[in-house]
Ligand binder design. Structure first.
Ligand code: HGY
Ligand code: MN
Ligand code: MN
Length: 423
């Protein structure tokens, strides 16, 4: 579809194309048995997703640019842009967790393209260049930390360090990036956004529970990720008295129980998750000699998050001594809570009100690329409800009309920020 300049008309959202693209992208990496899709960063499935999004960017005649960590951008320049104008950036990610929903990340990228499409189809140039990004490895489940592409873009991690990251599967990130053909040349961060707005599903229960249409995201909680390894002794399940055991499996279970209690003791502000857990040799009649697990701690308050980390470290010391095992930890991600730009948050709220959508200010429980771009530019987020508060699950769902509402808010925010609001 080419875009010859047509007479200037109203800028309006093409919701049908947005919904169609969400569905089409959602089919890439589809899991037949479990349902959902798996498009883990830098795998062939994610490459296929990247190729499709880049194709849609080219269809809109956007400049397609890839940076050295594989962040993929589509740029629609303003007439005043001599190549140095700081763009209004939108975006998110298209990599997914395992057995994921179709909306996490993809919604923000494709809604950004829908804003560019509104300009294209009205034959109107944006007064400021707009740039839509699909950031590399937001989920961080193969290569850590998460939000890696946007973290590198914001200068929080060197390109080389990121490229040299070894994944949970033993691959080197840079090799995989080259293999899928997305090792770009743009220096990450070379184009500093004037501001950044990310549209995302809430992935939590609040908006639906309160019957509210739009989340005006003011801040985002802190995240602490650790890999924990427990070294005990294998021994015979039938001959080893309990008091003589150095049972790595028991210690792993004790950690899971301790973390649940730690979260409950916080009154609900601290969240703790053990997402990965494995024991070796993992056979029925051998006391586990080794256990490895991951710990994800979150809290909107940095001091409480630090307290949770401290209490957990003290527990590990005590249980290691009690059980005669060795416990080692390795930090794999640590991000402080982020407060978004007040002016931009006000704009999101004003747009939701202007469009007549109920809305409330809220904290993001999930990590997002916006928290990284907030290091280099004013940033804010828009949420739409998640059905049942479910996400990172094939059952992740937001109704079509809710998806359209969120994209209308994004378009309205952009138009007002660019001084191109329509009467
Ligand atoms: O972990 C997170 O919150 C995000 O989904 N990467
Ligand atoms: Mn996401
Ligand atoms: Mn996610």
């Amino acid at each position: 579809m080419s875009h010859t300049a047509t007479k200037a008309q109203r800028l309006q959202l093409d919701g049908g194309t947005l919904l169609r693209q969400l569905k089409e992208l959602g089919e890439i990496g589809a899991d037949s048995e479990v349902g959902g899709r798996t498009r883990i960063a830098l795998t062939d499935a994610e490459k296929a997703g990247r190729d499709l999004v880049a194709h849609w960017m080219r269809e809109l005649e956007l400049e397609v640019v890839i940076d050295r960590i594989g962040n993929l951008f589509g740029i629609l320049r303003s007439e005043a842009d001599d190549g140095t104008q700081a763009p209004l950036m939108m975006g998110s990610h298209i990599d997914s967790v395992t057995n994921a929903g179709a909306l996490d990340g993809c919604y923000g990228v494709l809604a950004g393209l829908a804003v560019a499409r509104a300009y294209r189809e009205a034959g109107i140039a944006p007064s400021r260049t707009i740039m839509v990004g699909a950031f590399t490895n937001e989920e961080g489940i193969r290569y850590q930390p998460d939000m890696m592409g946007s973290l590198v873009y914001a200068g929080g991690l060197s390109v080389q360090e990121a490229l040299d990251t070894v994944g949970t599967d033993g691959t080197r990130l840079g090799d995989e990036l080259t293999r899928i053909g997305y090792a770009g040349t743009l220096e990450p961060g070379a184009i500093v956004p004037h501001e950044y707005v990310e549209l995302h599903i809430e992935q939590g229960p609040i908006l639906e529970a309160e019957g509210i249409q739009i989340g005006v995201v003011e801040n985002l909680q802190g995240i602490s990720w650790q890999q924990v390894s427990i070294q005990g002794n294998a021994n015979h399940a039938g001959t080893t008295p309990t008091h003589l055991r150095h049972d790595a499996g028991f210690v792993a279970a004790a950690i899971v129980t301790f973390l649940r209690q730690l979260a409950q003791d916080s009154g609900g502000t601290t969240l703790a998750t053990v997402g990965c857990l494995s024991v070796q040799p993992n056979v029925i009649n051998v006391i586990p000699r080794r256990a490895t697990l991951t710990v994800d701690l979150r809290d909107p308050d940095e001091q409480r998050l630090k307290l949770a980390e401290r209490r957990f470290a003290e527990f590990l010391e005590t249980v290691a001594q009690q059980e005669g095992v060795t416990v080692t930890t390795e930090r794999s991600a640590r991000f402080e809570p982020v407060v978004f730009d007040a002016g931009l948050v006000d704009s999101v709220e004003a747009s939701a009100n202007r469009l007549g959508f109920t809305n409330r200010r809220m904290t993001s429980g999930a990590g997002h690329d916006a928290q990284m771009i907030a290091r280099i530019a004013p940033a804010a987020m828009i949420f739409v409800p998640s059905q049942g508060g479910i996400s990172h699950n094939p059952r992740e769902h937001t109704d079509d009309d809710q998806l359209i509402m969120g994209a209308e808010v994004l378009l309205d925010v952009v138009l007002h920020r660019l001084g191109q609001a329509q009467a």
